[in-house]
Ligand binder design. Sequence first.
Ligand SMILES: *[C@@H]1O[C@H](CO)[C@@H](O)[C@H](O)[C@H]1NC(C)=O
Ligand SMILES: *[C@@H]1O[C@H](CO)[C@@H](O)[C@H](O)[C@H]1NC(C)=O
Ligand SMILES: *[C@@H]1O[C@H](CO)[C@@H](O)[C@H](O)[C@H]1NC(C)=O
Length: 197
Amino acid sequence: MNPPFSPVLIFLALACPLHVFAFGNGKVIPACFTMEPQHGTTAQTSPAPYNITISQETYKAGDRIIVTISSNTNSTLFAGFLLQAREASNGNTPVGSFLISNSDMQALNCSKTFDAVSHTSNKKKTSIQVTWIAPTDITSDILMKATVVAEKPTYWTNVQGPRLSFSGGSISGGSSRPNIMSPVIYCGLFMLTALLK
Ligand SMILES: *[C@@H]1O[C@H](CO)[C@@H](O)[C@H](O)[C@H]1NC(C)=O
Ligand SMILES: *[C@@H]1O[C@H](CO)[C@@H](O)[C@H](O)[C@H]1NC(C)=O
Ligand SMILES: *[C@@H]1O[C@H](CO)[C@@H](O)[C@H](O)[C@H]1NC(C)=O
C-alpha cells in the first residue's frame, strides 16, 4: 500500500519552509541557492542599473554593516529584491544575518535565521538600506549579492557589492559550520513567483 504522501514530498516540505512566502501581499519565495526568479524569462545580460554599497569594506565578527541597494538612474526604479551575503570564494550559501529596521523589508530564513532579506511590497523604490551583522565563524572575504527586479519580467541577478574583507580578531569554533546544502538546493527550486506573477 502506498503511503498518503510520498517521502520525497514530505522531505521537500520540511527542507524548505520558505514556501510560506509564496503568496500574498508582495511576499516572495527566495530561491536560496540560485537567487533566480522562475517565470519563463531569463535575467538581463546588460550591466545592472543598480549598485550595492557598503558602509565599510572590512569586517570582524559581529560588525554591523549598512548595505544599500540603489538605482543608478532616475528611470530604473526597482520593485523587488533578494539580498544575501556570500563568501566570495565559495559563495553557495548565505552567511551572517540581517537586521530589519522598517516595514519595506522582511528578513527571511534561507538556511539560517535572517540570512536573506527581500521587499514586502512591489512599490517602486530608488534605494533600500539594511544592516548586515557579520558572522562569528567565517574569516573569508564576503560579497553582498542581490537579485533585483525592475518590474516583471525584467530582472538582474548577481548584482554585487564591493569585496568585504575580514580584518582579524579571534574566531572560536570555526570548524563547525553545518552542512545545509541539501535544504538549500531544494529551496532553490522555489522562486520569486509571487512578485513576477
Ligand atoms: C555603480 O557601479 C558602477 C559600476 O561598478 C559604477 O561605474 C558607478 O559609478 C556606480 N554608480 C554609483 C551611483 O555608485
Ligand atoms: C535624478 O533626478 C534628480 C532631480 O530630478 C536629479 O537632481 C538627479 O541628478 C538625477 N539623478 C540621476 C542619477 O540621473
Ligand atoms: C525565522 O527564524 C526566527 C528565529 O529562528 C523565527 O523567529 C522567525 O519566525 C522565522 N521566520 C520565518 C519567516 O520563518
